[in-house]
Write a protein that binds this ligand. Structure first.
Ligand SMILES: [Zn+2]
Ligand SMILES: [Zn+2]
Length: 277
């Protein structure tokens, strides 16, 4: 099954330009140097037998989610997957409200797939929405669903690929022949088996200077080489990295992603071999 992956945002937590900064990247005229907070959109059409309807899933709803949904003319949402509960990945949850009213009329709340750690933070911040006692009439019609290692959403399987983000284990995702790993500082050995045979790997690379919970460009390139995807896209990019200049220095097959980049992706079934769960 063919789908379309769209980068909704490719910036680091503060976004690029960064408020108050006058550096060359933050003041650049190149639209590729404007990066909203990190998130991706996946769209596909279900098979004709099951209705042929367009399905829409996002990974993370950061503080720029509303703007991202407007830019991409989103009119529906079938599911949200959360990588982890840092502000730059979750603070747009409330803007699911209008889309959730449509979903609710069609049959139910939007499922929000999250690990127990992520769900605990979401419940605390969005108590008025997620508490079983929530009564606010205009709350988002959403429902936390404990994330399984493999989740089927309208014919497409999402497989959790655990990665380390500083001290914290967070969720990366594989879907068909593509994978999205953001906020990575290390990849557990067992996760590499989940990343075989990729056409498109997206992996975060903050900047060149080391950071305790984010990979540098060099680290990301090392993993990219080992994983060996046909194409590797770097995301969660800080203002230290100018688009043109950085791309010129990257090896063949690796590029910086940018907001609005569309990639056709094969979302067909994944066989991971007998050795992996
Ligand atoms: Zn982040
Ligand atoms: Zn983070």
């Amino acid at each position: 099954m063919e789908g379309l992956l769209t980068f909704l945002g490719t910036g680091t937590s503060m976004g690029v330009p960064t408020l108050g900064c006058a550096c060359a990247v933050c003041t650049s005229d190149d639209p590729h140097d404007r990066r909203l907070r990190p998130s991706i959109l996946l769209r596909w059409h279900e098979d004709a037998e099951t209705g042929g309807r367009e399905r829409v899933v996002v990974i993370d709803t950061g503080p720029d989610f509303r703007e991202q949904a407007l830019r991409n003319r989103l009119t529906r949402m079938d599911a949200v997957f959360y990588t982890h509960a840092h502000a730059d990945h979750i603070l747009g949850l409330d803007d699911l409200r209008p889309l959730s009213f449509t979903a609710y009329r069609e049959g139910g709340p939007i499922p929000l797939y999250a690990t127990p750690e992520t769900a605990a933070v979401l419940k605390r911040i969005y108590e008025y929405t997620l508490s079983p006692h929530a009564t606010y009439p205009n709350r988002a019609r959403v429902e936390l669903v404990p994330m399984s290692q493999r989740t089927m959403v309208h014919g497409v399987e999402f497989i959790v690929v655990p990665v380390m983000h500083g001290e914290m284990e967070i969720a990366g995702f594989r879907f068909g022949r593509a994978a999205y790993l953001t906020d990575v500082s290390a990849i557990p050995e067992s996760s590499f088996a989940l990343l075989e045979g990729l056409d498109h790997l997206t992996i975060s690379a903050l900047r060149h200077k080391p950071h305790p919970s984010h990979a540098t460009v060099k680290q990301a390139l090392g993993w990219a080489q080992r994983i060996g995807a046909r194409n590797t896209w770097l995301t969660h990019i800080a203002h230290e990295l100018g688009h043109e200049e950085t791309n010129r220095a990257l090896p063949a097959g690796v590029k910086l992603a940018y907001d609005g980049l569309d990639l056709p992706v094969d979302l067909g079934p994944v066989s991971l071999g007998p050795a992996t769960p």
